[in-house]
Design a protein around this ligand. Structure first.
Ligand SMILES: [Zn+2]
Length: 478
């Protein structure tokens, strides 16, 4: 007797190949049989007309605190996501000991009182206690380490500070961290020279992960990519370029060049990237990015809360101020920047080295719609409606590819003996409904989600929280 039997599904196994009709049986948290099955189960699902895929892996999130604060994780589970990678862009919940103000952009994660995890093990244990609905893997942020060991962040770290950061990174990796992340574009890390990151990366094991929000996503992007690849070369680490984009109008159309460089480097080094399916970015309001070349939507402002939800240009006009002065008055604040060209977004999404990551900001009161919409938007809008790539390619970019590129062991594929992280969806109906003006809306067409073999989402609500903290792990040798 199986725990669960899913009958007559169109099964996409997570490799980049078309689906096949089969039944899938689950027992003890694992996939135990695939094919024409005749046994019985405690729970049976008739999946005729539906697609069954490995649970989606959101490789780029800022859910560090969210998995503790709101462990039902409905924003992700309702998209079919079963695993999140936290700790991106140089900012992580641990290991962190805040002294004074929470530096930008660590304030995207939480307030000073939320940072209660002075070592990685205490965060890992907190995730286990919170029992989130999704699995959680965690990177350690370079900016977080700087915050711990430096009195100010607008300078390079000293040799002694680098030694202390390295020791803390080493300990975190021993305690189960997935790797290192950086956010060199932000003021809190911009003055860290390349050598500082190179030194930290030396703590990574062979094949260990270095995920980076590049120092420059605008005109200097190729140099910033080179800097990232150089940092990983010594330890033979794997580079994951975060939310790859060509930002700024002067930079539009350069995705070919950028992807060619990524592709060429992949012959020598393990490099890949993630991308979210929108032509607008979101983060804290960065004065360096203030421009009248495209719309900037203010999502929140501590100084001027009533301005949240309005365009910076309209606020500036009301106040009779230049854009930059208005932006200063709004600080600290969050913003959506319509800074990308759709053709670049499509080209990057389509590239074989590109995985899907939402970069969603769960703490934003008016979040970029990528938080609730990323995965169904790739499946529905880009794969089905726009035919940018086949459905199986879309699924591969959110399952098999990230599982193997982010050391997820026996996850991300529908194979006997592998973890039963699964999503059942209607390929004809799946679509994102979250928009820039109405961003907190669940996707349509996601019928059921299993995490570690347990039904966690029934198409309407979260019904159990079977997620686990996961350490980096090689895939099983088959
Ligand atoms: Zn980032």
């Amino acid at each position: 007797m199986h725990d669960v039997l899913i009958r007559n599904a169109l099964v996409y196994d997570g490799d980049d190949q078309p689906g096949v009709h089969a039944d899938v049986a689950i027992s003890g948290g694992r996939i135990v049989a695939i094919g024409q099955l005749h046994g019985q189960a405690n729970a049976e699902f008739d999946a005729a007309g539906l697609a069954l895929a490995p649970g989606f892996i959101d490789v780029h999130t800022h859910d560090d605190m969210e998995v503790l604060r709101n462990p039902s994780m409905v924003s992700k589970l309702s998209q079919g996501v079963t695993t999140v990678v936290v700790g991106n862009c140089g900012i992580s919940a641990s290991p962190v000991r805040i002294h004074g103000e929470v530096p930008d952009p660590m304030n995207l994660l939480g307030d000073a009182g939320d940072f209660r995890y002075p070592d990685f093990a205490s965060y890992r244990d907190a995730v286990q206690r919170a029992q989130p609905a999704v699995n959680v893997a965690a990177l350690v942020g370079h900016t977080a380490l700087r915050q711990n060991h430096m009195d100010r962040l607008d300078r390079a770290a000293s040799a002694a500070e680098i030694t202390a950061m390295r020791a803390q990174l080493r300990q975190s990796l021993e305690q189960g961290a997935l790797g290192l992340s950086s956010g060199l574009a932000y003021g809190s890390a911009f003055n860290a020279p390349s050598e500082e990151v190179q030194q930290l990366a030396l703590e990574l094991p062979d094949g260990g992960l270095y995920a980076t929000h590049l120092r420059d996503e605008f005109g200097g992007i190729l140099g910033a990519m080179q800097e990232a690849f150089d940092a990983a070369r010594g330890p033979n680490a794997a580079v994951r370029v975060s939310h790859l984009k060509c930002a700024g109008i002067d930079n539009w159309g350069r995705s070919r060049e950028v992807l060619d460089f990524l592709q060429a480097t992949s012959a020598e080094q393990d490099v890949a990237c993630d991308c979210y399916p929108y032509a607008a970015s979101a983060s804290t309001l960065d004065l360096k990015q203030v421009t009248d070349a495209y719309d900037i939507l203010i999502t929140w402002s501590e100084a001027e809360p009533a301005q949240g939800g309005r365009l910076l240009a309209d606020i500036a006009a009301d106040w009779n101020l230049p854009l930059l002065d208005a932006a200063v008055r709004l600080q600290p604040a969050g913003a959506v920047y319509h800074c990308m060209d759709e053709a670049d977004v499509r080209r990057i999404l389509s590239h074989p080295l590109t995985m899907i990551g939402s970069d969603g900001l769960p703490r934003d009161p008016r979040p970029h719609p990528r938080l609730w919409g990323t995965f169904p938007r790739v499946l529905g809008h880009y794969a089905r409606d726009e035919q940018l790539f086949p459905l199986h390619t879309a699924i591969h970019k959110m399952t098999g590819l990230p599982a193997s590129r982010f050391a997820m062991g026996a996850r991300g594929r529908i194979r006997t003996g592998w973890w039963a992280d699964l999503v059942l969806f209607d390929p004809a109906r799946v679509r994102d409904t979250a928009s820039f003006h109405d961003p907190i809306r669940a996707a349509e067409g996601i019928e059921a989600v299993w995490v570690n073999g347990q039904l966690a989402y029934d198409g309407e609500q979260v019904i159990s929280r079977p997620g686990r903290f996961i350490r980096p792990e090689a895939p099983p040798s088959k």
